[in-house]
Design a protein around this ligand. Structure first.
Ligand SMILES: NC(=O)c1ccc[n+]([C@@H]2O[C@H](COP(=O)([O-])OP(=O)(O)OC[C@H]3O[C@@H](n4cnc5c(N)ncnc54)[C@H](OP(=O)(O)O)[C@@H]3O)[C@@H](O)[C@H]2O)c1
Length: 311
């Protein structure tokens, strides 16, 4: 039997239940993966809460967007972006449906090889946030020598956006709670505490102005500070302020038609994680049976990095 975690109602993390199911059989173009790590994302608690649809016929609702694991079975024509997928391959798959499980069946089109040097928790949690960070950086278009403001810089998306921008010679100012300032300094960013007076604190650090901003938080403070400091509002990109669509900033999501940058992000992110040039902080791992506690920790909003289920 396979074990998986499903939402049995729409609500808080407490609606998650561990259930048994038949081990899935792969159909044409499908791959079965024995999951070693399943990344948790804030989007998961929004889905469980019914934010993407709360029709009762969707229940029980599978949860989880990304996994890493070992291929245990393949259907006919199981070819991924890197070539044919075979039994025994160590792989990463994203996006998937129902990643909170010890066994998943996924389309081969989302299955890519896991570099041996990338450990399972990192492999199972890097692509969703990393692809989002790459997408946000592409839209913000910050170039070497420019100044980029990242809101929520110590979050999972923020940490990757900071590291990639610093690598490209961008001067990065990142908002975070004080306990995360040292981490941001270690990435080469200039930390600044969020909260009242943020715009003045950023101005003091960047008297010549801010060229672009990435908001991973979605608060009015993040959006309004960006609007105040960045002249070209089309270089303010948010992944979370969907209530501020009328402000002139650019909102991005995985549903955007131009998201090939996300689909191809594995080609850059996995080698960078393997050679150590990109750090992914995994702050906690939980067994599958503690998925509700894990999702609650992510929902609280200060995980400081990735939270991963290890079935
Ligand atoms: N649109 C998309 O394509 C897309 C894709 C991925 C994620 N998202 C969304 O983006 C958001 C961030 O995702 P994530 O995975 O990076 O989350 P995360 O790892 O949980 O990070 C959240 C960060 O927000 C910071 N924060 C909390 N309250 C804040 C405040 N009032 N002001 C400034 N910063 C604050 C926290 O910083 P401190 O710990 O330093 O306080 C924390 O580091 C989520 O809402 C997620 O659903 C959207």
């Amino acid at each position: 039997m396979a074990t998986k975690v499903v939402a049995t109602a729409f609500g808080g993390p407490e609606v998650l239940s561990v259930v048994q199911a038949d081990v899935p059989e792969p159909g044409p173009g499908e791959v079965v993966i024995a999951v070693k790590a399943a990344g948790i994302n804030p989007f998961d608690h929004k889905v469980v809460a019914g934010a993407t649809g709360a029709a009762p016929e969707r229940l029980p609702l599978p949860v989880g967007l990304e996994v890493a694991g070992m291929v245990t079975a393949v259907g006919p024509d199981a070819t991924g972006p890197a070539g044919p997928v075979t039994v025994g391959d160590e792989v990463v798959a994203q996006p998937v449906t129902g990643g909170y499980a010890d066994t998943v069946v996924v389309p081969a089109g989302v299955v890519v090889p896991k570099p041996p040097a990338v450990d399972w928790p990192v492999a199972g949690s890097i692509l969703m946030v990393g692809g989002t960070a790459e997408h946000a950086l592409q839209v913000a278009d910050a170039k070497a020598g420019e100044t980029l403001l990242v809101h929520g810089a110590a979050g999972s998306v923020g940490q990757i956006a900071v590291q990639l921008a610093v690598r490209d010679g961008v001067r990065v100012i990142g908002t975070a709670g004080t306990s995360n300032h040292e981490l941001l300094r270690s990435y080469g960013a200039i930390p600044v505490t969020y909260g009242p007076g943020l715009a003045d604190r950023v101005r003091a650090i960047a008297p010549d102005g801010v060229d672009a901003a990435i908001d991973t938080v979605g608060t009015d403070e993040a959006v309004d500070t960006s609007l105040e400091l960045v002249t070209d509002h089309r270089r303010i990109v948010s992944i979370a302020a969907f209530g501020r669509a009328d402000s002139g900033i650019v909102l991005i999501s995985g549903d955007d038609p131009e998201t090939h940058v996300r689909a191809n992000a594995w080609r850059r992110l996995l080698p960078a994680a393997a050679d150590g040039s990109l750090k992914v902080v995994v702050t906690r791992t939980y067994p599958l049976v503690e998925a509700a506690e894990a999702l609650q920790f992510v929902r609280d909003g200060h995980a400081g990095g990735k939270v991963v289920l290890v079935p």
